[in-house]
Design a protein around this ligand. Structure first.
Ligand code: SF4
Length: 189
């Protein structure tokens, strides 16, 4: 896990540069819809904790988004506990760890939910469209789309890392937080 703390003001920029597609998608949906269902709050919340978002900043981050659509009383009542829980402040006081790719890939994603692996859950043409929008060439996006269609989600994600960073991740991709760390480290050089 990252030992540096992350400034929530940097999350928009970080998500574009350093987040894997699963996390970038949840970030974008949160910004657009000001809401997430339970599994996305958990999956994305634990990822953010893993990259170094401190508890107080996490509360502020989620509250700022959610209260664009609800009053703060409702947020406190229905959602604050969740965040406390993620940070081990209530319940069994466990220090929950962010989810691995395997766990995210194998999860069920229902209608209106966004917590899965895009390479497994999205329509292949939509994957391609998103990649091209993100600056990946047509040819490279096709290669990634084929890998995803063949069920090779993590390989597809690794290629996405490689094509968007100009360099492959050292040991493939097996965890969204590892993707983030490797991306940040490449930038630090
Ligand atoms: Fe996220 Fe892992 Fe899927 Fe990549 S392979 S998008 S890091 S769940």
């Amino acid at each position: 896990e990252n030992t540096d703390s992350v400034d929530p003001a940097n999350l928009d920029a970080y998500s574009k540069k350093h987040f894997p597609l699963c996390m970038r998608h949840m970030h974008d949906v949160l910004r657009a819809e000001h809401h997430h269902k339970h599994q996305a709050r958990l999956t994305y919340g634990l990822f953010l904790k893993g990259i170094g978002l401190l508890y107080e900043d996490a509360v502020r981050f989620w509250r700022d988004e959610f209260t664009k659509k609800m009053d703060s009383g409702k947020f406190e009542k229905s959602y604050l506990y969740n965040i406390k829980h993620q940070y081990g402040k209530v319940g069994r006081m466990l220090n929950y760890t962010p989810y691995s790719c395997m766990k995210i890939i194998l999860t069920n994603v229902g209608p209106g939910e966004h917590h899965g692996c895009p390479f497994r859950n999205w329509d292949p043409n939509f994957i391609k469209q998103k990649l091209v929008e993100g600056g990946i060439s047509n040819e490279n996006a096709n290669e990634i789309k084929e890998l995803a269609s063949g069920g090779h989600c993590q390989v597809a994600c690794g290629k996405y890392f490689e094509y968007s960073h100009g360099k492959a991740a050292a040991n493939g991709i097996n965890h969204p937080n590892q993707y983030f760390e490797e991306s940040v480290n490449l930038e630090k050089g």
